[in-house]
Structures are given as structure tokens and as C-alpha cells.
Write a new protein. Structure first.
Length: 315
């Protein structure tokens, strides 16, 4: 079974989704050719009675222990910096990206995951209380030690990404080679508030796409790609911010392509993202076998050129 360009989002594993259901989805994902598993040390603190994260990583660690040999077949992606601290309110109390926070966070993640290496380790949220050089140096030490294979950053403004990369290069350190941001086929009106979106700079923009295209070293992962079910579920309407003329055209194109190909609108969105230029890695959180099967089929779908042009508005 060939590998697929899809990351399995595990945010709800161990909290909203219990262990048997989570293990079943993980098993089915890897047995279908999935390799990329995305988590974070803060998942899912808002759904846990303790008010702290770590449950998702713990569950993945338990699953890895149940499947001898599977660790060498999967690519573990985790994040640091957004876990709540001991006191105060989030996000002001998050642990951040100081050298000491990085050291403590990676030790906790490795312990919970039951592994000696995180394949892609992300700075989850920017931390302007700490100098970029301190964070870059602390993360580079993890690569040097072999506890992180690659580094990425999520929800950072591009100017800080590039500045951090230049600092790392100037010192001969490992630098960020991946971005993780929110993206989908439909986009909200510029500046319009979107419910549940806590990251001011957590969006893919045209500038982001141009930045990634221009640098072969960079890869781009996208989350909330299916807009929490809004493409296919009548009980999950699009937020008001997505109501504009541009999206009316895009929704019409999306519906036509789905009908022409006999697939769901979700699958067309995933195919458009995974097979575009630049190619993105969609992160999809699922809670049922059917949702997982739909997502796997979506990223494997190859859009005919005329349908991609229709979706892009260039037909």
C-alpha cells in the first residue's frame, strides 16, 4: 500500500474520543498506507478535567506500544509552547518558547509518546517574550541531540519565520523547514472574525503560498481543511465570515466537480489541497471509520486538469 499525503489529526484522542475508538482509527490509518500522525503536548487541555494536555500523546504512546515495529513506519509530528502553565488563564499562561520551556516540553512529549525521537517538532504559537535566537538555539539543540529530526512552526507571522530561519542559518543551526497553518478551499472575508480561531497569524495567505513555492526546503501542513464539516453537513453551516460573493462561485464550482466525479465535496477539497501547487499536507481529524475512509480516498483522488481549472477559477 503506497503512502498517502494525509496527516491524521489526533487532537481529540484520549478525551472526546476514547482509547478503543482512537486505537481503531490509528490501526486503520496505518494499515491503509497512512504514515503522518499529528499531535501536540497541549491536546486537548480544554476537554480534560485537569485543564492540561498530554492525553493525545499518551494515547499514541500506548498505541505504539501495542503495535511492535509500527514506530519505524510512522512519522510523528508534535508541538510545544501552547500547554497551559500552573496558574493564570490561557493563552497568557502558556508555557511558551524559552530554552527551559523547550527542554521541559520535549522531555514530556518523548516520555508520553514512548519514543526517543519526534520526527517533526513544531513551535505551536509564537512567544514574543523570548528572543528568536533563544528559541532557535534551543530547538536546534534537539536536532543535534537526535531527539527531533526536523523543526517547524505553526501560527507564526511569516516575517518572524524568516527572521528565525536566518538566525539559525547564521549560526549553522538546523532551521524551520515546515509551516502549519489553517487553510481550506473557501476563505473568510479579510479581517472577519471566525468562531474558534484563536491564532491571529494562523492562516495560509497568497504570500504564504508564494513563500513555500519559492523555497524547495519548505513544506506546508494545513489544518481545519474541511471547516469542521461545513462542506457536507447541513447541521454545520458555514460561519457568517464565509458568506461572500467569491465563495458563492467557489461553492458552485466545488459542487459541480463533486457531482461530475461522483465523490463528496470533502474529497474534492482534499484532492485540491494535496495535489495543488505547492502541494499541501492536509491534517484531518476524524472520529469514525467512514470519515477516515472518505479522507483517504480524497487525498488519493487525482483531479482532471479541467476540473482543477474550474476550482481555481481559471477555466
Amino acid at each position: 500500500m503506497s503512502a498517502v499525503n494525509l496527516a491524521l489529526g489526533s487532537m481529540n484522542f484520549g478525551t472526546k474520543l476514547d482509547a478503543p475508538a482512537s486505537f481503531d482509527l490509528l490501526d486503520r490509518f496505518v494499515d491503509a498506507g497512512g504514515t503522518l500522525i499529528d499531535t501536540a503536548d497541549c491536546y486537548a487541555f480544554w476537554a480534560d478535567p485537569s485543564g492540561h494536555g498530554g492525553r493525545s500523546e499518551e494515547l499514541i504512546g500506548q498505541w505504539l506500544a501495542r503495535r511492535p515495529g509500527v514506530r519505524d513506519r510512522v512519522f510523528l509530528s508534535s508541538k510545544l509552547g501552547a500547554e497551559p502553565g500552573a496558574s493564570g488563564e490561557w493563552p497568557a499562561n502558556r508555557q511558551g518558547l524559552s530554552a527551559s520551556a523547550v527542554k521541559a516540553a520535549v522531555a514530556g512529549s518523548l516520555r508520553r509518546l514512548g519514543t526517543e525521537r519526534i520526527d517533526l517538532y513544531w513551535a505551536h504559537m509564537e512567544d514574543r517574550s523570548v528572543g528568536l535566537e533563544e528559541t532557535a538555539g534551543a530547538l536546534a539543540e534537539l536536532v543535534e541531540a537526535g531527539t527531533a529530526a526536523r523543526l517547524g512552526c505553526s501560527n507564526h507571522p511569516l516575517w518572524r519565520v524568516e527572521r528565525a530561519r536566518q538566525i539559525a542559518r547564521g549560526h549553522g543551526w538546523s532551521a524551520y523547514t515546515a509551516l502549519q497553518l489553517r487553510h481550506s478551499y473557501l476563505r473568510p472575508r479579510p479581517g472577519a472574525p471566525v468562531p474558534g480561531q484563536n491564532h491571529r497569524f494562523g492562516w495560509v495567505t497568497d504570500e504564504t503560498l508564494d513563500y513555500v513555492r519559492a523555497d524547495p526546503e519548505l513544506s506546508l501542513w494545513a489544518y481545519t481543511v474541511l471547516l469542521e464539516g461545513a462542506y457536507t453537513r447541513a447541521d454545520r453551516p458555514l460561519p457568517e465570515a464565509y458568506e461572500h460573493v467569491g465563495n458563492e462561485r467557489r461553492l458552485a464550482a466545488l459542487t459541480r466537480v463533486a457531482q461530475d466525479l461522483g465523490v463528496s465535496r470533502n474529497q474534492v477539497v482534499l484532492a485540491w489541497l494535496a495535489g495543488g501547487e505547492p502541494a499541501l499536507t492536509p491534517i484531518v481529524g476524524v472520529s469514525t471509520r467512514d470519515q477516515l475512509a472518505e479522507a483517504l480516498a480524497g487525498v488519493r483522488l487525482e483531479l482532471p486538469a479541467e476540473h482543477r481549472r474550474l476550482l481555481d477559477g481559471t477555466a
